[in-house]
Design a binder for this molecule. Structure first.
Ligand code: GPP
Ligand code: MG
Ligand code: MG
Ligand code: MG
Length: 353
């Protein structure tokens, strides 16, 4: 069997061909067809693909035996829809965060001749989701559930992004406005719903799980998992190497309410607090470096390692609340199994990129 990532990528070739055939069928000019192809290739497939592959993995776990080729492809379409949503968010987020690189290459808006066209390109990555859902799932009873969960998680992500952005004004730095509670709200909304709940909920619909309590249970595990994931993202923004994470951190300079600054504020001496107040959120490399010195002094690396352990234990504990044989999912055959969540946790535990 080809490796998992390659199998998932192979499905993208078919999906991209479908999107481009539709473009051609609409008589889109040749240069627009080429532009769209470049947009798709540049922004959809270059990441870790954890979210997308979690859909096919979860569908297989829920089935309890290998998916047929046709089942695999259909689950992969849902997985690629999550990756397209992610691409739509990242292209936009990089403009809002004024980031420089993403996945080891310049952010799309910084590519010559792209600029603000990236805004429309982001919209088109989102539009592709609904084209694909219609093409492949229109006839399913759960089609409306797919539309609903994409719309709802998109809206939640935008709500989280709003709070992320207005908590980080460019001109006024006021660290007293930050708190771990505020951080928690931001990360649940901007990351956890679409990155963790969405892929599993899609696999559950695909597997004909209908019981609302199964979806609620999934959420009680996946939201804490998503919170943990975004705290990793915050940590790597400062302590990860750009070569490994494929992006250059901007959180300190962008005045972000990240996990690191919140924990640093809890432990800073009056002198360290003064340094943070004077240097956080400044568009200045030396100021950023002074903030990083305080982050080291208060022991954020160790505090993060302890957080990571406790977070793993917490999520494992939540997973154990699922009955050993799985939770019956409703009229359909499928039961919600522990392995769905373990497999997702294993993908991110102690990640360095
Ligand atoms: C991650 O924030 C959150 C997103 C990518 C969601 C963006 C939502 C929109 C509605 C556009 P981040 O800025 O920490 O991510 P990264 O570190 O990858 O830039
Ligand atoms: Mg952001
Ligand atoms: Mg960002
Ligand atoms: Mg980040």
């Amino acid at each position: 069997m080809v490796d998992k990532r390659q199998r998932f990528l192979d499905a993208f070739d078919i999906i991209r061909a479908e999107l481009l055939a539709h473009f051609a069928g609409e008589n889109m000019p040749k240069d627009a067809q080429e532009w769209y192809k470049r947009n798709l290739d540049y922004n959809a497939p270059g990441g870790k693909l954890n979210r997308g592959i979690s859909v096919t993995d979860s569908a297989e776990i829920l089935k309890g035996s290998p998916l047929t080729d046709q089942e695999y492809f259909r689950a992969a379409v849902l997985g690629w829809c999550v990756e397209l949503l992610q691409a739509f968010f990242l292209v936009s987020d990089d403009m809002m965060d004024q980031s420089v690189t993403r996945r080891g290459q310049p952010c799309w808006y910084r590519v010559p001749n792209v600029g603000n066209i990236a805004i429309n390109d982001a919209f088109m990555l989102e539009g592709a989701i609904y084209h694909l859902l219609k093409k492949y799932f229109r006839q399913e009873k759960y089609y409306v559930d797919l539309l609903d969960v994409f719309h709802e998680t998109t809206y939640q992500t935008e709500m989280g992004q709003l709070v992320d952005l207005i908590t980080a004004p460019e001109d006024v730095v006021d660290l007293s406005k930050f708190s771990l509670d505020k951080h928690r709200f931001i990360v649940l909304y901007k990351t956890a719903y679409y990155s963790f709940y969405l892929p599993v909920a899609l696999a559950m619909h695909f597997s004909h799980i209908t019981s609302p309590s199964a979806y609620d249970l999934a959420k009680t595990i996946l939201l804490p998992l998503g919170e943990y994931f975004q705290i990793q993202d915050d940590y790597l923004d400062c302590f990860g190497s750009p070569e490994q994470i494929g992006k250059i951190g901007t959180d300190i300079v962008d005045n972000k309410c990240s996990w690191l600054i919140n924990v640093a504020l809890q432990h800073a001496s009056p002198a360290q607090r003064k340094t943070l107040d004077e240097n956080y959120g400044k568009k200045d490399k030396d100021a950023e470096a002074r903030v990083k010195v305080v982050f080291e002094e208060v022991g954020l690396r160790e505090k993060y390692a302890a957080y990571e352990e406790s977070s793993y234990e917490r999520v494992m504990g939540l997973i154990q609340t699922i009955p050993e044989g799985g939770l019956k999912g409703g009229d359909g055959e499928g039961a919600l199994k522990r392995e769905v969540f373990k497999s997702f946790l294993d993908k991110i535990y102690k990640r360095t990129k």
